[in-house]
Write a protein of this length. Structure first.
Length: 355
């Protein structure tokens, strides 16, 4: 990039600032285009200086500094001129030299014109996935339950077969509060609370926010889970597998394959990790599934008898299964969102895609 390019930029700037004269918004747009801190053209021209041969740097740098000074002076002059008149409808607001004094001329307002449109909101992708899963299980006869996000140690850990010295607590480090309370690390405490107050048969799903001390591309200190619990007489692993297959086919597609792998969870025995065939490559292998053709989607298992005993349910008479999955992970898979943190950034450019 030569000195000639700097002259071209100077010529373009002078034309743009002249066109924007008297219009504060237009002047601001010119400032952003040429002197913006992130994407201003001067940043690009300055970056070129580092790549030039040594013999060209002196001349280029001198011309560049002169251009910067000229742009800054012209912008200040244009701001001062445009700042005295700000258009409001068809009237004008004139700002005096005192910063808090504003003299307003009567604007000419056409009351027959329609008002400014109100921007429409949009559902968050996690909310869309949650509602979709709830609808599937409601059709299967399940109830939707809710519970406190500030829990006690008994319901969050001990009632679920996780005593104080259990290593599983290391993976569920959370935020502790005065009085022996904590922010729940999973939605499973609601299962314990429901079993304490209600005798089988029980068919529930529990969606909600949970908290753990994690933060990276795939983890957040706050995230969303949905868990399911079924307790009745004669419930077996076959019921668990059939339920999960029906759910995952309804959520993704009838063509999705489902497999169960041995796993470990303190509150279920036996336990199983559940995978689905990769919905992006049809098991051919891709970056999403790490070339394996399978995506881990949820954890599950038969409820451990010690959990039943802790909440007062007869483990000799009743059996049951439980399962859980991350709503945020499902939303990332369904909508191709690469970074979990984008779901919590509050950027409307993401949610507007779901109007």
């Amino acid at each position: 990039m030569s000195v000639q390019r700097l002259e071209e930029v100077r010529t373009a700037f002078l034309a743009d600032i002249e066109s924007a004269a008297g219009d504060a918004d237009a002047v601001e747009q010119v400032r952003i285009r040429y002197a913006g801190r992130r994407s201003g053209l001067l940043n690009e021209l300055t970056a070129v200086l580092r790549e030039l041969p040594k013999e060209d740097k002196r001349e280029y740098g001198q011309v560049l500094n002169g251009l910067k000074q000229e742009i800054e002076a012209k912008l200040q002059e244009a701001k001062k001129s445009a700042g005295t008149v700000i258009h409001a409808g068809s009237g004008k607001i004139k700002v005096t030299s005192h910063p808090t004094t504003v003299a307003v001329t009567q604007p000419e307002i056409d009351v027959t014109l329609p008002g400014l449109p109100v921007a429409r909101g949009a559902q968050h992708p996690v909310h869309i996935v949650r509602r979709r899963i709830e609808e599937i299980f409601l059709r299967m006869g399940y109830d939707v339950e809710d519970g406190p996000e500030v829990e006690d140690d008994w319901h969050n850990f001990e009632a679920l077969n996780i005593p104080p010295d259990h290593p599983a607590r290391d993976d569920q480090d959370t935020f502790y509060l005065p009085g022996g309370h904590l922010l729940r690390t999973h939605t499973s405490p609601v299962q314990a609370r429901v079993m304490e107050r209600k005798q089988p048969p029980i068919r529930i799903i529990v969606p909600g926010r949970v908290y753990r001390r994690d933060s990276d591309l795939r983890h957040s200190p706050m995230f969303h889970q949905i868990e399911g619990l079924l307790v009745d007489e004669g419930i077996t692993v076959a019921h668990l597998k059939a339920t999960l297959e029906s759910f995952l086919h309804a959520l993704f597609s009838d063509d999705v394959e489902v497999r169960l792998r041995p796993g470990y969870f303190p509150f279920t025995e036996p336990s199983a990790e559940v995978d689905i065939s990769c919905i992006f490559c049809d098991r051919k292998g891709c970056g999403v599934c790490s070339g394996s053709g399978w995506i881990e989607i949820l954890g599950s298992g038969m409820v451990d008898p010690r959990v039943f005993e802790a909440v007062g349910i007869d483990s000799q008479r009743y059996t049951g299964f439980a399962f859980g999955l991350g709503l945020d992970r499902v939303a990332m898979l369904v909508y191709g969102i690469p970074d979990l943190r984008q779901l919590f950034a509050g950027d409307q450019r993401l949610t507007r895609q779901f109007q």
